[in-house]
Design a protein around this ligand. Structure first.
Ligand code: PLP
Length: 457
């Protein structure tokens, strides 16, 4: 028997082992994700329909279902080198604490100032905007990670950055806001009076604390009504999953170095970008019939797009200014309960992941927030890293799977995505620590208005 190489606590790759190309999982999908549609005509959107909103090179990536690999430009690769490769960690301490024969690994994306994986796509999107000669970009941010990542990326390429931040986060997370401003971004709480769509939403829902869907509508309007600006989005889109494939490619290289093959791959799912990026190369093998993996998306029970949503064409935003995407969705009119503290609040899901889920190539589970924070604390105490609440959804299910192995004695290998750190989420941790956090699962009646907002097709 070949002797197993002792696996270190952290597998670091060499700089030279960084992927030089992103992998586009759509190239290996038999059933391609459905195209974006014009909400008026219901016709598939073409390159020239999308370029008034998005950067040209990014639109090419968005629409390309066949090219398997895209070269990562040197300028992006050089920036990646400032914080990548990210470590793949073996959770020896967690395994011991759980008394499980399972082998647990996590890919940690929180080792940069923005604190999450979002920088992987932010730097790419800022680069293409700069290359196109634009003055700046606009975007939305919910919890603040995407806005922070984008403001870092824009500072690097000397671009103006206008961020519409969901009002509840703007008020609850003043430090996030200041990080963005430190990197030179301007930050507006959404909904705001600075856009027509913001005014309209405020009229219809006075006192609303906002949602990602509202903030997207405002950011799109801010870009399309300004010369030299385009809109950029931090998740959901095909291009974002493409950039995030760097997570999965590094993970696979690190595991291959030690001859490790995962049985289960787990990630949290908001709009689907980190999960899509983590699983892409593994899903590619699965789609080509080379290997099989159990892939699990984890979402909050209070915003259950996969597990209780409809697979339908829907608006990507509340203000209904964006194209229609076919995805698992709760309806663009869905506004998550204010009681929900843990991120992952978006009503829809990546079209790529939606198609893969629909085709039975991956599973999804939903978890309640108190059990998520319980997992987060358990993890923090033994592994040291204080996780983002979003990431803790994946931790929860990784722990549950490891505990199943304790029952059955199976030595499964579990890999999960630890997408970020939780330093800016201490209000949520405080609630949990004070015993003030409760679970909220929407009833079917609660979900109905969201479904009623789906566009007729
Ligand atoms: C944004 C974010 C997520 C969720 O977004 P996805 O696009 O689904 O990956 C998860 N974790 C962290 C830390 C985030 O910032």
């Amino acid at each position: 028997m070949m002797e197993e190489k002792k696996i270190p606590y952290k597998i670091y790759l060499e700089e030279s082992e960084l992927p030089k190309q992103w992998y586009n999982v759509r190239a290996d999908m038999k059933n391609k994700p459905a195209p974006l549609l014009n909400p008026g005509t219901k016709e598939p959107l073409k390159f020239e329909d999308l370029t008034p909103i998005f950067c040209e090179e990014l639109v090419k990536q968005e629409l390309d279902d066949t090219t398997a690999y895209f070269d990562i430009p040197d300028e992006i690769l050089d920036y990646y080198k400032t914080y990548r490769p990210s470590p793949l960690c073996r959770a020896y301490n967690l395994e011991k604490a759980l008394g499980t024969p399972a082998k647990i690994y996590y890919k940690f994306e929180g080792n940069n100032t923005s604190g999450s994986h979002k920088l992987n796509s932010a730097i790419a999107q800022a680069y293409y905007a700069k290359k196109q000669g634009l003055k700046g970009v606009t975007t939305e941010t919910g919890a603040g990670q995407w806005g922070t990542a984008l403001s870092m990326a824009c500072a690097h390429f000397d671009l103006d950055c206008k961020v519409y931040m969901v009002k509840v986060s703007y008020e609850q997370k003043p430090f996030r806001r200041e990080v963005m401003r430190t990197y030179g971004a301007s930050v507006t709480p959404s909904p705001s009076e600075t856009t027509n769509v913001g005014k309209k939403i405020l009229e219809e829902h006075p006192g609303t604390t906002g949602s990602l869907g509202c903030a997207i509508s405002e950011a799109v309007e801010a870009a399309t009504t300004r010369e030299g600006y385009r809109y950029v989005l931090g998740s959901v889109l095909n291009q974002v999953l493409l950039h995030q494939s760097v997570i999965g490619l590094e993970t696979k290289t690190a595991l291959d170095k030690y001859g490790v093959t995962p049985d289960i791959i787990i990630g949290c799912a908001g709009g689907g970008s980190n999960l899509g990026g983590l699983i892409s190369p593994f899903m590619g093998e699965k789609l080509r019939g080379e290997k099989d993996y159990e892939i699990i998306a984890v979402e909050p029970a209070s915003c259950p797009s996969f597990t209780r949503g409809r697979f339908a064409y829907d608006f990507c935003d509340t203000g209904k200014v964006c194209p229609l995407a076919k995805m698992y969705t709760l309806g663009s009119g869905f506004i998550p309960s204010p009681n929900h503290a843990g991120g992952l609040r978006y009503h829809g899901m990546s079209s790529i992941l939606s198609q893969l889920y629909h085709d039975g190539l991956m599973k999804a589970v939903s978890v309640e927030q108190t059990e998520v924070f319980e997992a987060a604390e358990r993890f923090a105490r033994v592994e040291g890293i204080l996780p983002a609440p979003e990431s803790a959804h994946a931790i929860r299910v990784a722990i549950d799977e490891a505990l199943k192995c304790r029952e059955t004695g199976e030595e499964k290998t579990i890999v999960f995505g630890l997408t970020g750190t939780g330093y800016f989420d201490m209000v949520a941790y405080e609630k949990y620590n004070n015993g003030e956090m409760s679970d909220y699962i929407p009833t079917d009646e609660d979900l109905q208005p969201g479904f009623d907002s789906l566009p007729p097709m």
